[in-house]
Design a protein around this ligand. Structure first.
Ligand code: DHB
Length: 307
């Protein structure tokens, strides 16, 4: 069985939605919780106020993944805090994304003061708000933000990270994260600012940001695996890892787990296939494990071998 715990939460399975997919409304979040083989639900990243997001079209399916520039459409922080504070059959992760530093502090003060006792994930990697850089690509700002947060915040907290592409950046970010009592990191957010073009119209395929948008799906699997592996090699064992990026099959899940992921989340493929994907991934992973003679994820988690 694929039960797993993070902080005070007991997840019945390792599988989650990637934030942004199937988690905007109560109906969608309930569907995630009620679906077979899910561990729980991560909310759409909440901003202090409700947002419409960027103009449409803002999501486009590519041959090997997806490109999006949603622009943080969401129902607003009170809506998601209300949802996660209620009793549910599976755990929740409340994702929050301030549009500026003071928003992040304010949101976490509100969670700290609320009745919610579950996990929160601070999104340091939203790439689609026009004019706003990703916090987690600014190492000093990330350190300063976490220092301020942990001066008052005592509930379970993790961070959502963008992909890094330089081994020294893994060293630098891991050194910062290891200073704080984080429950987990979630790696990776979409690969920022890709571009796709329809050759018939010679136009970009999404409207916001002149077509630039975050990439997801199969094409980002190697980047996701590298980030899970690199952080597992560098982070304190107490900091768990949610592996996100490029999962469409049980084999992809198996690779994330070999890299050291504690849980695995699914974005693009969940959007395309629906919540039935979690039963399929469970069946496919179970088959791979049986073929290899593994009886538990602990038999192989983090044990990817060098060539
Ligand atoms: C959006 C995209 C992200 O990758 C993210 O982390 C948060 C929000 C968006 O465009 O809505």
């Amino acid at each position: 069985d694929f039960k797993t715990t993070m902080a005070n939460a007991e997840f019945p399975s390792i599988f989650l939605n990637a934030s942004g997919v199937n988690c905007m409304t109560v109906t969608e979040m309930d569907e995630m919780i009620n679906a077979a083989c899910t561990g729980g639900v991560v909310t759409k990243s909440a901003t202090p106020q409700q947002r419409e997001g960027n103009p449409q079209p803002r999501y486009y399916q590519l041959e090997h993944g997806s490109i999006n520039s949603m622009g943080l459409p969401n129902e607003g922080f009170p809506y998601y805090l209300d949802y996660v504070t209620k009793e549910h059959a599976k755990p929740t992760i409340l994702s929050v994304a301030g549009l500026k530093m003071s928003d992040n502090i304010e949101l976490l003060h509100k969670i700290q003061a609320s009745d919610y006792t579950g996990l929160t994930e601070l999104n340091l990697s939203c790439p689609n708000v026009i004019g706003k850089p990703q916090v987690a690509y600014d190492f000093e700002e990330t350190d300063a933000l976490l220092a301020e947060i942990f001066s008052f915040y005592t509930k379970p907290l993790g961070v959502k990270l963008p992909p890094y592409f330089d081994l020294v950046h893994f060293d630098q970010m891991a050194t910062i994260l290891n200073k704080y009592p984080l429950t987990h990191i979630n790696t990776v957010n979409s690969v920022g600012n890709g571009l796709w073009i329809d050759i018939d119209t010679e136009k970009v395929v999404i409207k916001p940001k002149q077509g630039f948008g975050g990439l997801g799906g199969t094409m980002i699997l190697p980047t996701a695996l590298a980030n899970v592996r690199a952080f597992r090699q560098r982070l304190n064992p107490s900091i768990k890892i949610i592996g996100t990026g490029g999962v469409t099959s049980g084999a992809d899940v198996f690779m994330h787990l070999l890299c050291g992921a504690d849980m695995v989340s699914v974005g693009t493929a969940l959007l395309h296939e629906g919540v039935g994907i979690f039963q399929r991934l469970t069946d496919e992973l179970t088959t791979i494990m049986a073929e290899k003679g593994y009886t538990s994820i602990e038999d192989f988690r983090g044990k990817v071998q060098d060539f």
